[in-house]
Design a protein around this ligand. Structure first.
Ligand code: TPP
Length: 579
């Protein structure tokens, strides 16, 4: 039984891949015989949208695919088995790369445990085409890897590609299902695969579009007034993820006012402190009243991605969206939840300048603003007016900024505290982060780079482990010719791990937090940097203000207990949930 499920899963993945390629415009599939590619071969045999072409020689098959793609002006799929079969496609792939022809190579491969151990017909297939093809490596089909993730991987691999794409498909035996059924039939059969696994694809099955449609917003391809009208016809939210100061994200607030929809923002949106947006969305999502409202949203317009808030990501994942538009400058895939959507590769400006009509449901969520403001009052009481702590310092820093200032926010707790509790303010700084890979390395050096280019007063706020990681970059601080304030929040280790379910305190300290007992005064002195310690918010504010009076870098260290931030986060969450 288990065995057969594996063959069915293999086939299902093959069918999903080919169906999606057809929806992306492919008209032909070229196939050479072999056993390891059986899930793909049988998928090709059981579908009706792609014309099949069969040949025993992969070299010739590759060139034939090249001709089909040139003539049809669309991607062409090629299915081969593992081993030298794949290598035989090389000459055609090189030609396709040089002439911008989108060949989609689907190579059957053995699972990882059969690679490089003498198993038959197993070679190293990933990256075999070097720069001549974009590479995608799929895992073996598995119920743990969502079907919508598989589809969005195909969409993204093929999107805007006028070049070959190599999708390496590993399959574990058994490869041959008991019977050959179509994808439509699989959908109808009540098995574990269909009922739970395919449920997120209900919408996808109902229509003929790929899960994610990528478009470049060029003048030839602008959404029509009708399309915009349809999109805004309902209750919608605008969500703003990471944007650069140069994107001028203020335009989005003006757009939102025009539409009458609320704007939910991330720490890196440049809008987090803006009074006209829902900055406290991470915390509001804990609140029953706000949730009840937000659950009514059925349309979503997202700018950028990489949200700090897990709750915001989960909210987007759990809602059923009637329409989902995503705008990104570079066309990269910024949706770990793999929702069905239209993706527009465009600048913020290009989208904001479209002739947007007012929504038929304008102002449907006006109540969110007072709720956002009531959280601000709560943070004043529970953070600003309470004992000295991490969130208090982060809020004090944020409040002291003007729009001439640069604020670089370190990873781990600092960026999360800013995301959760940054104050509402009229003046907001330009925000910089390193959240591509969210490393705790190189933060001082990166902030020095930003400051050296902008030549503006800069603050870097970071944790103690992050600071130790990049300590030798204090040398770069000595080169600053304008105010640069390094605020080290020293909670004696990596306290983000207090928020994670490590089994016990001993393990937490010895393997995660790494309490070290180090203070940074001698480090600053070693590089000749002015250094102050602050034990309460008044002395912090004073030291911080004074630091801006000098055209050089200085260090302020605050020392807090290792449970202060995590205890406070838990307390505030409880309060927000109950009100
Ligand atoms: N190594 C790198 C280069 N980057 C990482 N993100 C990690 C490890 C994993 N990591 C994430 S947060 C963290 C670690 C080790 C602890 C950071 O501690 P600290 O800078 O003191 O900040 P705190 O958690 O106390 O706010």
């Amino acid at each position: 039984m288990q065995q057969q499920t594996s063959a069915d899963m293999n086939l299902l993945w093959g069918q999903l891949i080919l169906e999606e390629l057809a929806r992306l415009g492919a008209k032909h599939v070229c196939m050479a015989p072999g056993s390891r590619s059986t899930p793909l071969t049988l998928a090709a045999a059981s579908q009706t949208k792609l014309t099949r072409h069969i040949h025993f020689d992969e070299r010739g098959l590759g060139f034939m695919a090249l001709g089909l793609a040139k003539a049809s002006n669309a991607p062409v799929a090629i299915i081969t088995t593992s081993g030298t079969a794949v290598a035989n496609l090389y000459p055609a792939i090189v030609e396709a790369w040089l002439t911008h022809v989108p060949l989609i190579i689907l190579s059957g491969d053995r699972p990882p445990e059969l690679i490089d151990c003498g198993a038959n017909q197993a070679i190293i297939q990933p990256a075999i085409f070097a720069q001549y093809a974009k590479q995608v490596n799929l895992p073996t089909p598995d119920l743990g890897y969502p079907a919508n993730a598989l589809l969005s991987t195909i969409d993204h691999a093929v999107a805007n590609q006028h070049q070959p794409v190599h999708i390496n498909c590993m399959y574990r035996e058994p490869l041959y299902p008991a019977e050959l059924v179509t994808l439509a039939h699989v959908k109808k059969t009540a098995s574990i695969i269909t009922s739970t696994y395919l449920a997120p694809l209900n919408q996808w099955f109902e229509n003929t579009k790929p899960l994610t449609r990528y478009a470049r917003l060029t003048s030839a391809d602008l959404p029509t007034t009708d399309t915009l009208m349809r999109f805004v016809h309902g209750k919608g939210v605008i969500v703003v993820g990471t944007l650069a100061p140069e994107d001028n994200p203020q335009q989005i607030v003006a757009l939102a006012q025009k539409l009458g929809w609320p704007v939910l923002v991330d720490a890196q949106s440049q809008l987090r402190q803006h009074p006209g947006v829902i900055g406290h969305v991470d915390q509001l999502l804990l609140n029953p009243k706000a949730n009840k409202k937000l659950e009514q949203a059925e349309r979503i317009l997202v700018f950028g991605g990489r949200f700090v808030s897990k709750r915001l990501t989960q909210y987007i994942a759990q809602q059923t969206w009637h329409s989902y538009w995503h705008v990104g400058q570079y066309g990269d895939r910024l949706d770990p939840t793999h929702q069905s959507k239209e993706f527009y590769q465009a600048s913020v400006q290009a989208v904001c300048q479209l002739p947007w009509p007012r929504s038929s449901q304008a102002n449907w969520a006006l109540q969110l603003l007072p709720l956002n403001e009531s959280l601000e009052s709560l943070f004043k009481q529970q953070i600003d007016n309470k004992t000295f702590g991490e969130a208090q310092v982060v809020r004090a820093i944020a409040l002291a900024q003007t729009d001439q200032h640069l604020l670089f926010i370190g990873n781990s707790l600092p960026i999360r505290l800013y995301d959760m509790y940054a104050p509402i303010a009229t003046n907001t700084p330009a925000i910089y982060t390193n959240r591509g890979a969210s490393g705790i390395d190189g933060l001082i050096a990166t902030a020095c780079g930003v400051a050296a280019d902008k030549n503006a007063p800069t603050t870097l706020v970071m944790g103690d482990l992050s600071c130790l990681h990049d300590l030798n970059s204090l040398a770069l601080l000595t080169q600053m010719t304008h105010p640069f304030v390094l605020v080290i929040i020293n909670n004696d280790g990596g306290n983000i791990f207090n928020l994670l379910p490590v089994p016990n305190e001993e393990l937490r300290n010895d393997f995660y937090r790494l309490s070290h007992g180090v203070e940074f005064g001698y480090g600053a002195a070693m590089f000749g940097l002015a250094y102050r310690q602050a034990d309460d918010i008044e002395s912090f504010n004073q030291a911080y203000q004074e630091a801006f009076e000098f055209n050089c870098a200085s260090v302020i260290e605050i020392n807090v207990s290792h449970t202060q931030a995590s205890d406070q986060i838990a307390q505030i969450s409880q309060w927000v949930k109950q009100h």
